[in-house]
Ligand binder design. Structure first.
Ligand SMILES: *Cc1c(COP(=O)(O)O)cnc(C)c1O
Length: 394
């Protein structure tokens, strides 16, 4: 669609991924094939030389996957997108493409656990250095920059502490110091936050979460702001072999159509749940960007189009009380992941962030009693009633 950039966000969710299909199919067909035949040798040569848009081999590109890539690139106002087998496939691809031996990366200390794990356990072996700091204060970033710093990799809001990082301020710092600014936008989805508009160079998502939204696939996607970065990142994915599968892409395209209405509903629920928790006598604190008590409430208003559906909180009784809560909820599922239609509850210190040392967790404000709550689209009365009966058991 040539005019797709002019449509509103909701219309883009429905129409931006359309492809020309010979039968006029209303949905993107699944091209479940590994390879594509060339009409003749010269056409084949043109495909390999990049002089033709023809497809070659699914690891390199596939029409179903391209439809998803095109659509998400439009939603994020980027130049192009690269879909990957998982969110971690996207992280690995980004690191591989942007960093080499002797380089240094600065990242948010409460970043998604494996995004830090792969850097410290694997990329460190190849001589890549990294520092994890509280990026919610931009001054900390400036202080952490070294002569070999190449990448500023942030996650906002962070998982699971719900701290925000000022994307515009990071973009200024990155420009001044010649760093590539990468933003993990998984927690917000493009519906609530569009980092390229705020100056980011690369954005990525775990599609597993809000974008697909139905807890039935894992997937990832990288969006670059310009062609130069696209050409730098795409070969890393192709050569690493962490491409998406066409069927996976089909499911994401299907889930993506309802992103706006799902996020709206989950957020509406989350605002009420956060308010309920904040007023509950057994809760010590609640961190949610939609609450006035959030220290970066104003920044959330500025850079996000809404506070989202993720909440973190701690009980006055700390971890033991949190365990009673998590073992007694019935509607909420005790599970990792987020951004799906169902409400999930989990304990980062023993689950998603258990690979971090206790010291690293403390530095990142991931207390042992922190509970992460991913609000779904059920009736909010049922979500609150479930929390209420579980909290009564403490
Ligand atoms: C889930 C997640 C990832 C990793 O994505 P996978 O699809 O699980 O590989 C990265 N960042 C954030 C913020 C996530 O929530």
């Amino acid at each position: 669609m040539d005019n797709s950039k002019k449509l509103g966000f909701n219309s883009l969710l429905i129409h931006a991924g359309a492809i020309d299909d010979q039968y006029g199919s209303a949905t993107v067909p699944i091209y479940q094939t590994s390879t594509f035949g060339f009409p003749n040798v010269d056409e084949g040569a043109k495909c390999f030389a990049g002089e033709s848009d023809g497809y070659i081999y699914t690891r390199i590109g596939n029409p179903t996957i391209s439809a998803l890539e095109k659509q998400v690139a439009i939603l994020e106002n980027g130049f192009g997108a690269i879909a990957t087998a998982s969110g971690m496939g996207a992280v690995s691809t980004i690191y591989m493409a942007l960093l080499q031996s002797g380089d240094h990366m600065i990242s948010t200390n409460a970043v998604y656990g494996p995004s830090r794990g792969i850097m410290e356990s694997f990329f460190a072996k190849f001589g890549v250095e990294s520092s994890y700091i509280s990026t919610s204060n931009p001054e900390n970033i400036v202080k952490a920059i070294k002569p070999n710093t190449k990448v500023l990799y942030i996650e906002t809001p962070t998982n699971p502490t719900m701290e925000l990082t000022d994307i515009k301020a990071c973009a200024r710092i990155a420009k001044e110091h010649n760093l590539v600014l990468v933003v993990d936008n998984t927690f917000s989805s493009p519906y609530l936050q569009r980092p390229i508009d705020l100056g980011a160079d690369i954005v990525f998502h775990s599609l597993t979460k809000f974008i697909n939204g139905h807890a039935d696939i894992v997937g990832g996607i990288i969006i670059t702001k310009n062609e130069e970065l696209y050409k730098k990142v795409r070969p890393a994915m192709v050569n690493l072999g962490c491409n998406m599968d066409p069927h996976q892409a089909y499911l994401v395209i299907r889930g993506l159509k309802t992103l706006a209405i799902r996020v709206e509903r989950a957020q509406e629920n989350a605002i009420k749940v956060a308010d309920y928790l904040e007023n509950h006598p057994k809760i010590a604190w609640v961190k949610y960007p939609g609450l006035k008590s959030h220290p970066q409430y104003n920044l959330a208003q500025e850079q996000m189009h809404g506070p989202g559906a993720m909440i973190s909180f701690e009980l006055k009784g700390g971890l033991p009380a949190g365990k009673v809560l998590m073992n007694n909820v019935k509607l909420a599922m005790l599970a990792v992941s987020l951004g799906g239609v169902e409400t999930l509850i989990q304990h980062p210190a023993s689950m998603t962030h258990s690979k971090l040392s206790k010291e690293a967790r403390e530095k990142a404000n991931i207390t042992d009693g922190l509970v992460r709550f991913a609000v779904g689209i059920e009736d909010v009365e049922d979500i609150i009633a479930d929390l209420d009966q579980a909290l009564a058991k403490i």
